[in-house]
Design a protein around this ligand. Structure first.
Ligand SMILES: Cc1cc2nc3c(=O)[nH]c(=O)nc-3n(C[C@H](O)[C@H](O)[C@H](O)COP(=O)(O)OP(=O)(O)OC[C@H]3O[C@@H](n4cnc5c(N)ncnc54)[C@H](O)[C@@H]3O)c2cc1C
Length: 433
């Protein structure tokens, strides 16, 4: 079950901060003072008490930054319990991305507002400034669309891992400079506790993850070129089998292509089948021409399985599934898992012949009267809209959507306009970045 949606994630963090800061400030009897401080835009402060708004707000912002990044590092560990809280790795990475952007604005606010002590040199000050600049560059490289297009994922992820070093610099800055946080007992424990968690999570992800994270070794038994840049790869376990639920995905490393690079693909086979199958669309340097890069007998290292786009997490028994292009992969697995649910799958493709799993779907529909499907070719019928979905009870149906962002966003909007609750719409993100 998804406990933390992004709609409540940020308000919860804000509420925790307000609570801790409010309690601490209410009882604070200390004498913290700006003896001689300077602010970026609000002038100098001499013998100003801790009650000045610049000091309080400036530090509240910094404590937010510490927490938001600590949670981001925790998310990056891909721990199952963290994934459960956020309702799937794809949802978690979405929050991770947005949090990073929000944290940068908070950091900026901290930098602009907080008074800087001018009484003595302290190495914590330049350290904080460098951390600020580096985090700013790091988040810009991670989130700006232009860099997403220009920097390949495997290079980008290596740069992204440096964020941990910048975070450590920021925390050291916090430990070294004079601050109100260090005087407030609850806030101090909370902020430095979160810093510790964040750093530990980063160290684990950057240096220990590959040591502790179990990999399953498989051997490729078939590589089928299905046309339309789609390749199907079938694999058998060398030793231990991967445990997964229908609809889940895993990270695949094929040493024949690259010894280090790892990519997420949905498992399009069903757990009761002996062979593990993935179906990959060539969309970039790694996935292009996969049929010629891989051959029978090659090995695959698999990490997983992850994701909550699976029957166990979907409560409605009447379901409409909407797949866009390669977004069909989780449904190929889920379609073997639907009893006693009633399902209508719409597979949106450009041209009818692109529906390369037509025979498999026909066979599934023949065997199971609860499963029907429609191939929706946009060249003939235009884009699928919510009005065209066959259901008499829009509000109680569960909608599962997997495909391009535009398809997902449009149909979600249209369904919600019809009064469908967001909780009845389940989607899978095919991008983490
Ligand atoms: C949960 C999930 C399930 C997916 N299931 C399928 C599937 O069943 N079939 C399919 O064809 N595609 C699937 N994808 C998409 C697939 O992972 C990308 O198309 C592929 O990794 C692109 O790699 P590339 O180097 O060829 O392309 P690039 O042009 O380098 O990358 C295109 C985009 O893919 C993403 N990406 C690239 N490399 C990685 C990586 N190592 N880890 C995470 N994301 C990466 C990034 O968002 C990147 O911007 C899935 C993605 C996710 C997140």
């Amino acid at each position: 079950m998804r406990i933390l949606k992004q709609e409540i994630y940020f308000p919860i963090i804000i509420a925790i901060h307000f609570l801790f800061w409010a309690i601490d400030l209410y009882f604070y009897q200390g004498t913290f003072m700006e003896i001689s401080s300077d602010t970026l835009f609000f002038g100098e402060m001499t013998n100003a008490s801790w009650k000045n708004i610049h000091r309080i707000l400036g530090e509240v912002f910094s404590s937010w930054v510490v927490t938001v990044f600590a949670f981001n590092f925790l998310m990056a560990t891909r721990a199952k319990w963290v994934e459960r809280i956020f309702g799937g790795l794809d949802k978690m990475y979405l929050i991770h991305r947005r949090s990073g952007i929000i944290a940068v604005f908070l950091l900026l606010a901290h930098f602009i507002i907080v008074p800087r002590d001018l009484t003595a040199f302290n190495p914590g000050k330049p350290l904080g400034f460098y951390a600020f600049v580096l985090i700013l560059i790091g988040v810009l490289l991670s989130a700006a669309p232009i860099f997403k297009r220009k920097i390949p994922y495997h290079k980008w992820i290596n740069i992204h891992k440096l964020m941990g070093i910048f975070y450590v610099m920021g925390v050291l800055h916090g430990l070294m400079v004079n601050s109100l946080i260090k005087e407030l007992p609850i806030t101090r424990i909370y902020v430095f506790g979160m810093s510790f968690i964040g750093i530990a999570a980063w160290v684990y992800r950057a240096f220990l993850f590959n040591l502790f994270n179990k990999k399953y070794h498989y051997q490729i038994t078939a590589v089928n070129d299905l046309g339309y840049q789609i390749t199907e790869v079938l694999m058998k376990p060398v030793k231990k089998e991967l445990n997964y639920l229908a609809g889940q995905f895993a990270f695949f490393k094929f040493p024949a292509i690259d010894k280090r690079e790892q990519h997420p693909f949905t498992i399009s086979s069903h757990p009761y089948e002996n062979t593990l199958r993935i179906t990959v669309k060539g969309l970039g340097d790694y996935t292009d021409d996969l049929a010629n890069k891989l051959k029978v007998g090659d090995t695959a290292h698999i990490e997983g399985a992850y994701g909550h786009f699976s029957s166990s997490y979907i409560k409605e028994s009447d379901q409409i599934w909407i797949a866009g292009g390669i977004g069909i992969t989780p449904f190929l697995s889920l379609a073997k898992d639907i009893h006693p649910n009633k399902v209508h799958l719409y597979w949106c493709v450009n041209k009818p012949e692109e529906a390369v799993y037509l025979d498999e779907l026909k066979e599934l529909a023949r065997k199971n009267p609860n499963f029907q499907f429609t191939i929706w070719a946009s060249t003939a019928s235009g884009y699928l809209s919510a009005d065209q979905l066959e259901t008499n009870h829009y509000l109680s149906t569960g909608y599962l959507i997997c495909g391009p962002k535009a398809l997902k966003d449009n149909l979600t909007k249209q369904l919600m306009r019809k009064g469908v609750d967001r909780d009845h719409i389940y989607d899978e993100e095919f991008a983490f970045r």
